[in-house]
Design a protein around this ligand. Structure first.
Ligand SMILES: Cc1ncc(COP(=O)(O)O)c(C=O)c1O
Length: 500
């Protein structure tokens, strides 16, 4: 029978524990090994698949498993050739900041440096993006939540215009709510519509132009039709960097429509928001600062540890009304009543819970502060400009190649292309054959470990889709991908022709 007098876990000797893991982490970050997660899957999954221990296995064993089994089989999104989805491994200093926060800033409240930096990082982001200082910012877990928070504000605003308070009373009397976005918008927006009680089918998917940007004429027509039908427009969502191709919707024109029709404009800049710093791209994005709300994702291009998105909303009080938790005795009641601060626990510090979906949360701002403090606006500008230039460079290689085909214009750091063998060019090209061939090339790229893009479909055609946001990628990785696709394409096509 247990009769504990002290906690059974280790609460001291941090340096020893971390130092025991550091060599494995440093090894991992050299990316010299092959993809051990795949090749050794049977071994490590069997070994980790232990029953819940009744008696703990102890600190030493737990750290040893982390060192020998878990870390070496982790996810290699930081490998220089990785360019899949819109994700990467964080850089070192923000990781160190996140680690520090998990020790010394283990909650977002109270009078403490990490809480202070939460607010300062939001102010810095506004300055970086050129947003007015009056906008209310808030950190959350990523692009999904950042968009959800923005659309909660949009819902509140649209309903308040009609004398309703959805956050207090629900949506019972809301008539046919509608959200508008292009057919390229990220699927998290549809989910947000579902979570907010508007319904995924409230999201009207509008066509795009040749460059895969929202067709503003179609938006105008749809709004007019819906007005006649008695619908309630909640928001238009413009993408500042679609996840498929990096296309930037014509934000200025959309803004004009929104102002005329009195509809909320939200910009999803989760991927591309920071590209406003690239002088070549800035003209496409400068109207973004007029949006009613904006989502950006520091855990993408800013390369901070995963779990960090940010929302900015024009009207602080409105965001508060949309997400208020209502004051609670156990929370606000613990703060000093006469505003004297004699202890860090006397005040809640910079409070977030009324602008967010979370009460307790890790300190995210410190990671953003660390990234910006380390390399400054200039560093982020040079990162996004370099990555955008990678995609343009790849597009040039593609256009110069007799067997590669560009499938979408390059706007940001994504380049969508495919391999087309000479005998499948022009009228001989069958979409299904080309899709299968390019899927096979993609799988081989993944398996050969050096160049790892992901894919998407553009008008039904499978595209190999590198997205450059990885700070460890260099130009030689970009050249290497084009060469690898040509080489693997040739081999795969020759192999399938021989098999026929
Ligand atoms: C444009 C866009 N919006 C939203 C998201 C969702 O962000 P997250 O994966 O951080 O939830 C992404 C992710 O790639 C994105 O590219």
């Amino acid at each position: 029978m247990l009769n504990p007098t002290t906690d059974p876990s280790v609460t001291t000797s941090l340096a020893e524990a971390i130092q025991s893991l550091l060599p494995a982490l440093e090894d991992f970050m050299r990316f010299e090994d092959q993809d051990l997660a795949a090749s050794q899957y049977p071994e490590w999954s069997t070994s980790l698949n232990e029953p819940l221990p009744e008696r703990g296995r102890g600190a030493e064993t737990t750290l040893r498993i982390l060192k020998d089994m878990v870390i070496p089989h982790g996810l290699r999104t930081g490998a220089p050739g990785f360019a899949g989805w819109v994700t990467t491994m964080p850089t070192v200093v923000p990781v160190a900041a996140a680690f520090s926060a998990s020790i010394a800033g283990a909650q977002r409240y109270w009078l403490q440096t990490f809480n202070y930096l939460e607010r300062l990082a939001l102010e810095w982001l506004k300055e970086l993006l050129g947003l007015p200082v009056s906008y209310q910012g808030t950190f959350s877990s990523g692009g999904s939540t950042a968009n959800l928070i923005a659309l909660a504000a949009a819902r509140q605003w649209a309903c308040e215009q009609r004398g309703l308070d959805p956050s207090r009373d629900g949506l019972e009397t809301l008539v046919k709510p509608r959200l508008y976005a292009s057919d390229q918008v990220h699927h998290v927006v549809g989910r947000a519509a579902g979570v907010l009680g508007l319904g995924r089918s409230a999201l009207i998917s509008l066509p795009t132009d040749d460059a895969l940007r929202l067709d503003v004429g179609a938006l105008r027509d749809q709004l007019r039709r819906d007005k006649t039908d008695g619908c309630t427009p909640i928001a238009v969502i413009a993408s500042a960097g679609t996840v498929n191709t990096g296309a930037i919707d014509p934000i200025g024109d959309i803004l004009e429509v929104c102002r005329k029709e009195q509809v909320w404009l939200h910009v999803d800049g989760a991927y591309g928001g920071f590209a406003i710093l690239d002088p070549e791209v800035a003209p496409l994005m400068h109207d973004l600062v007029e949006a009613d709300s904006l989502a950006v994702d520091p855990h993408k291009w800013l390369a901070v540890p995963l779990g960090c998105g940010a929302t900015f909303v024009r009207d602080r009080a409105l965001l508060g009304r949309a997400l208020t938790m209502e004051p609670a005795e156990y929370l606000e009641g613990s703060a000093s009543q006469d505003e004297t601060i004699g202890s860090q626990f006397d005040g809640l510090g910079y409070t977030f819970h009324d602008f967010n979906l979370e009460q307790s949360a890790r300190s995210r701002g410190v990671t953003v502060w660390a990234a910006l403090n380390e390399i400054g606006t200039e560093g982020i500008r040079s990162r996004v400009t370099l990555h955008n230039s990678f995609a343009l460079h790849l597009a040039e290689l593609v256009e110069a190649s007799p067997v590669l085909e560009l499938l979408a214009p390059v706007t940001l750091s994504i380049c969508c292309f495919r391999y087309v063998p000479t005998d499948l060019q022009g009228a001989n090209g069958n979409t299904e054959t080309l899709n299968n061939l390019n899927r096979e090339i993609l799988m081989r790229l993944h398996r050969e470990h050096h160049h790892i893009p992901s894919s998407t479909k553009i008008n039904g055609q499978l595209a190999i889709r590198p997205c450059y946001i990885n700070p460890r990628t260099t130009l030689s990785d970009v050249d290497g991908l084009a060469e690898a696709v040509e080489r693997i394409g040739k081999e795969t096509w020759a192999h399938s022709a021989a098999a026929d």
